[in-house]
Design a protein around this ligand. Structure first.
Ligand code: ATP
Length: 234
């Protein structure tokens, strides 16, 4: 098992944002976490990457507890967070952003991985000297994913990669996520676009006001009447 989250509770001051949440991710899976605005999806990802503290419960990554570990050490372990809203470094070039994705790596294959990212995202190669802040929304999302890949993730956390993108680009991003997974990267995908997320995921969890209310295979959830009426819009 790559990730085992067991009964975690997370607070923002008095606000109980995650209430006894348990989630697992197995090697090679795409697991998606769906839920409405404010359900706690981003909170869960921030907790996994060490940006928020748990009050109780356990988090194991590759069989080791990471509770209380610094964010930098979690990145070093290979748990890589691609945050909501892309968060590229606007005043740095595309290439510099990619280099930063690899800043904790000491091996000699960084260059090779950058070539792989450029192969996957030819648009980034064309624009490698361009300031990231001047890229289109879709290009920035590609850069954010490319930067995460530069860290060689053993588990990639993707927070709403389709947010704010035109429908055609949304398709492209989901296809890219699927390809990255087929090439061996395990993915935990947070999405409001439940329709698309359930199409590419193996398993899914539904989060409502800080609690997991449903889980199962993505196909099962896509067929559930409850999910259809609440999240799939039909
Ligand atoms: P969205 O899809 O809108 O991003 P989400 O499911 O990712 O929603 P979170 O951002 O995890 O939701 O927020 C969960 C709850 O925690 C919300 O009620 C939110 O208002 C609250 N919250 C988030 N960040 C903070 C913070 N820094 N301080 C206080 N409350 C917060």
């Amino acid at each position: 098992m790559v990730l085992k989250v067991d009964n975690i509770n997370v607070f923002y001051g008095a606000i109980h944002a995650l209430k006894g949440v348990s989630v697992t991710v197995n090697e090679g899976e795409i697991v998606t976490l769906i839920g409405a605005n404010g359900a706690g999806k981003s909170t869960l990802l921030k907790t996994l990457s060490g940006l928020l503290k748990v009050k109780s419960g356990s988090i194991e990554f590759l069989g080791q507890s990471i509770v209380g570990h610094a964010a930098q050490s979690i990145v070093k372990d290979g748990l890589i967070h691609c945050p909501e809203g892309r968060r590229v470094f606007a005043n740095m070039s595309v290439e510099e952003n990619l280099e930063l994705g690899a800043f904790l790596r000491k091996d000699s294959e960084v260059r090779k991985d950058m070539e792989n990212v450029y192969e996957r995202f030819p648009r980034l190669l064309e624009r490698r000297k361009q300031m990231a802040g001047t890229l289109s929304g879709g290009e920035q999302q590609m850069l954010a994913i490319g930067r995460a890949l530069m860290a060689r993730p053993k588990l990639l956390l993707l927070d709403e990669p389709s947010m704010g993108l035109a429908p055609l680009l949304v398709q492209e991003i989901f296809q890219i996520v699927q390809e990255i997974n087929k090439n061996g990267t395990t993915v935990l995908l947070v999405e409001q676009n439940a329709n698309q997320a359930l199409k590419i995921a193996h398993r899914a969890y539904v989060l409502e006001t800080g609690k997991i209310v449903l889980s199962g295979s993505a196909a099962e959830l896509a067929d559930s009447e409850e999910i259809k009426s609440a999240y799939l819009g039909h």
